[in-house]
Structure formats: C-alpha cells, structure tokens
Design a protein around this ligand. Structure first.
Ligand SMILES: *[C@@H]1O[C@H](CO)[C@@H](O)[C@H](O)[C@H]1NC(C)=O
Ligand SMILES: *[C@@H]1O[C@H](CO)[C@@H](O)[C@H](O)[C@H]1NC(C)=O
Ligand SMILES: *[C@@H]1O[C@H](CO)[C@@H](O)[C@H](O)[C@H]1NC(C)=O
Ligand SMILES: *[C@@H]1O[C@H](CO)[C@@H](O)[C@H](O)[C@H]1NC(C)=O
Ligand SMILES: *[C@@H]1O[C@H](CO)[C@@H](O)[C@H](O)[C@H]1NC(C)=O
Length: 441
C-alpha cells in the first residue's frame, strides 16, 4: 500500500470565505499535491459564480485530482452542491457497521436503533415508563423535546420519546437529562426513512427509523401504561443491506446544468470514525480526539483516498482518466447482491447514486493491447438507444476510440416520466459502465 502524505490547509476558522479557500488551493498547487479533497459546502448557482469551482479548475489543469462533497441537503431532488463537471461530486452511503442499541417495548416488540454512547452500567432489565411529550403538553415543540417544552412534564426516571427536528439530536438528550429523564428514544421524520445516526449522546439513548417510530407511537396509542427498555450491544458488522444512500446525501439534477448528471458517485459517509477537534465529551484536556460523524464531508475523503491509490498505480493518468476509472467501475449492488437502495429501502435513483454524461464519447484503452469491447444497454424503457460503432476494437494500449450514442423516444410517456439505465462496454476481461438518465419533457 502506498503511504500518502496528508497536508491539511485550515480554511474555515470562524467562517468559510471563498478567498481563504482559494488561497489554500494556490498553496496546495505550489506544494505539488496530487489530490485535493474539498469537504466544503458550495453554492448551487451558475459555475461562473462558483469561485471555488473556477479556482480548482486551474488545479485540475495542472493534473491535480479534485473530489468535493455533494452536500447534505438531501433527499429532495435538485439539492446537489459542488456540481461543476470537472469535479468528482461525492454523495454519502451507509456502511455495513452499526453501533447497536435496541429498544424492547412492553409488548416485546424489539426495534433496532443506534448510539455511539454505550453506557456499560445501564439497567436494561427493568422496563421504564415511556413518555411521549406530545401527549402531555400544548407546546407545539413538545414532540421535539425542546428544553422549554419539557418544563411542565414529569419525565423523571422515564424513557422519553423525541422526534427529529427543530433542535439538534444531542441537544434533545441534554434537555431530557436536565429535566430528570432516564433515557431517550429518538425517532425519524418521514423523509429520513430508515437512516439512523449513531451519536455520542449525554444519556442512555437510541435512534430509530421512521417505520419503527410509527410502531412505537401505535404502541403508545393503544397502551394504558406504555413501558420500554434500551440495551447496548456494541459494534455489529455485517449489515447486508449496505450500502444504502443516506437520506441527507444531496441529489441531482444539478440545477446549474441539468444535462450533466450529478452526483458522480457515492462513498462511505455515515457514522464514520473521524478525527475531531475535541473529545466526544467536549473535554479539551484529552488526547482522544475522535468522533463518529456523518455527512458527505466524510464520503469525499474516501474517494480522495481511492484517487490517490490510482494516481500511485498509474502516475501518468490525468485527473479525468482517474475519475472515469472510478465512475465506470463503481458497484451498483449492495452486499446482498440487490440494487443499491436509498433511505426508503427502495432502489435508489441515478440522481442519488451517481452519473455520467452523453454527447460523442471517447474511450482510452488501459487494458490489454488487443481487446474487443461490445456495447450493451441495460434499462431505459421508453427510450431507443443506438450506439455506433457497437464494437470497439483496440490494437494497442492508450489507443483512443470514439463512439456516438443516439437516443429516440419509443412511446409517448407523460411529461415528467423518468428513464434510467446504463451503457456498458464488455470485453472478455473487463466491463465498464456509464449511467444514463432521461427526463421526458
Ligand atoms: C401523558 O399523557 C398521557 C395520555 O394523556 C397519560 O396517560 C400520561 O400519564 C401522561 N404522562 C405524564 C408524565 O404526564
Ligand atoms: C418552537 O421552536 C421554535 C424554534 O426553536 C421557536 O422559534 C418557537 O418559538 C417555539 N415555539 C414555542 C411555542 O415555544
Ligand atoms: C396516535 O394517536 C395520535 C393522536 O390521536 C394520532 O395523531 C396518531 O396518528 C396516532 N399514531 C399512530 C402511529 O397510530
Ligand atoms: C456485459 O453487458 C451486459 C449488458 O448487455 C450485462 O448484462 C453483462 O452483465 C455484462 N457482462 C459482464 C461480464 O459484466
Ligand atoms: C461523433 O462521432 C461520429 C462518428 O462516430 C462522427 O461522425 C461525428 O462527426 C462526431 N461528432 C462530433 C461532434 O464530434
């Protein structure tokens, strides 16, 4: 394994000004870096106004690979940031590791949640009374467990059910603890689906999906004295439904240029062990400065690392060649072998997982000198796709061939219909793939 050197440029101190970011990019270019990893928010305006995108273009011209966060404003479509065509725009997926904290309800229903804080001494054998503040307060914020809304509710020694929203997840736990609550169960709103955060809570707590939230609310509705327990089972590896697209992972289309599919790819960005500026207990007198964090800021550096590996193996590849190699060989399936799903556990759109783009395309042979690739189309109902030529015959390495893709509509789908699919080139040894997305006007 090549041991890459990491240079860190501190650009966001109290605020992230574009001039500070551009100054750091200039220094990085001068320092001779191979890869720039930009875990930064970006505007979604026209590319000319994106100073950082324009600035890193000159880095790419000098052979530097640039990956950037797609942003955390998902799951609505059109939420992508850093969507300039020359960037590798990275969305976030889950991993097959969960830090497990199950809830058992009084009816023996077991619901699987997550929490990084895993108290070793919490008594999970004695059921505690379950309080849903929404039912005990006229305050509109009670269901979100804001500090004010809990003031007049007796939560002492009880498990408190809190919904996502209004204030931060840790802040809800602080409010519950400060009013005497023994534990907290955090439940998702609908858009967050099955996604769960593993957080460093200040009290015994767990985070459940929206579906599990409905079950727990139905149980409370039909039970005179609802009770629950939380237990802590540590790290469990082997979730075969992973990777899924995280709910917060921003989606295409790219409003600045809808014809260029974004994001380009997804990578691990959920509940990632990351270096952090302070300990999880906010104690600055400690050396253990790590935290579990989620976001496309976590997935972008994964792709930067992969780019560094490719750069090391193929020092002469351009940033675009590295990007193409990563994108055309990305996995479409999860550990179970099914199509990658989103936070709803339904197959994810290309606008969530990754993309490519169509006009004449050129391909460069980086495999065996004599190789023949045959085209194949997967999916794309309602669209006829014609590829010319349908066979690419290479006779030498680095040979460049061009092909043309023509699309025509087969049926007359209603306006707004979406067709997704892939164009593949297969040889006997290699198979590469580019996604295609069509929206019928
Ligand atoms: C909250 O409201 C429910 C439903 O009215 C009631 O059964 C329960 O005793 C109340 N709990 C508290 C702590 O006030
Ligand atoms: C509910 O929370 C919001 C956001 O913090 C706040 O602006 C609003 O005043 C709160 N409403 C009540 C009734 O406390
Ligand atoms: C529980 O009862 C409340 C209040 O009657 C209702 O709004 C809600 O839809 C019910 N929830 C479930 C999951 O049954
Ligand atoms: C080659 O392409 C076809 C699509 O025509 C695809 O179904 C198949 O799995 C590919 N073969 C390999 C070896 O990947
Ligand atoms: C695209 O490629 C075809 C041949 O495959 C060629 O005839 C055509 O001129 C090319 N178009 C452009 C814009 O390069």
């Amino acid at each position: 394994m090549p041991l890459a050197h990491v240079a860190i440029y501190k650009v966001c101190v109290r605020r992230c000004s574009e001039s500070d970011i551009l100054a750091a990019v200039d220094v990085a270019i001068d320092d001779g870096v191979d890869v720039l990893s930009l875990s930064l928010d970006g505007p979604t305006s026209i590319f000319l106004d994106e100073s950082v995108a324009v600035g890193v273009f000159s880095a790419i011209e000098r052979g530097i690979f640039v990956s950037a966060s797609a942003g955390n404003n998902g799951p609505s479509f059109g939420s992508i940031q850093n969507g300039a065509p020359w960037l590798l725009t990275v969305g976030a997926s889950t991993t097959d590791r969960r830090i497990v904290a199950p809830v058992v309800l009084g009816n023996n229903d077991e619901l699987n949640g997550e929490s990084t804080y895993q108290p070793p001494d919490f008594d999970s054998s004695t059921p505690l009374l379950l309080v849903y503040p929404l039912l005990n307060s006229s305050n509109v914020n009670a269901s979100f467990c804001t500090p004010d809304s809990l003031q007049n509710i007796d939560v002492r020694g009880r498990i408190v059910l809190c919904e996502e929203g209004i204030i931060g997840r840790i802040a809800k736990g602080i409010a519950v603890r400060n009013t005497g609550g023994a534990a907290m169960i955090l439940i998702n709103q609908q858009p967050q689906g099955y996604y769960t955060y593993s957080d460093s809570h200040v009290l015994p707590a767990t985070h459940l999906s929206y579906a599990d939230g409905l079950r727990i609310r139905a149980y409370i509705n039909t039970t005179a004295q609802p009770v629950a327990t939380v237990s802590f089972r540590g790290t469990v590896i082997g979730d075969d439904s992973a990777p899924t697209v995280a709910f917060f992972s921003a989606r295409g289309p790219n409003s600045a240029s809808p014809g260029i599919l974004k994001p380009d790819i997804i990578g691990p960005g959920s509940n990632i062990l990351a270096a952090w500026r302070m300990s999880v207990e906010n104690n600055i007198n400690t050396r253990s400065n790590f935290k579990i964090i989620s976001g496309t800021s976590m997935s972008c550096p994964h792709l930067s690392g992969i780019a560094a590996l490719l750069r090391s193996a193929h020092p002469n590849w351009s940033p675009t060649a590295i990007k193409s190699a990563i994108m055309t060989t990305a996995d479409r399936v999860n550990f179970e072998g099914n199509l990658i799903e989103d936070q709803t556990f339904r197959p994810a759109s290309i606008l969530a997982t990754g993309s490519g783009h169509v006009y004449n395309r050129t391909v460069t042979n980086v495999g065996d000198p004599n190789s023949v690739y045959t085209v194949g189309i997967i999916g794309l109902s309602s669209v006829e796709v014609r590829v010319e030529p349908s066979t690419l015959q290479f006779t030498e390495v680095k040979q460049i061939l061009t092909y043309q893709v023509k699309f025509s509509r087969l049926a007359s789908p209603s306006s707004g219909t979406i067709a997704e699919g892939f164009l593949m080139w297969n040889s006997t040894r290699h198979s590469v793939r580019s996604p295609i997305f069509a929206l019928f006007a």
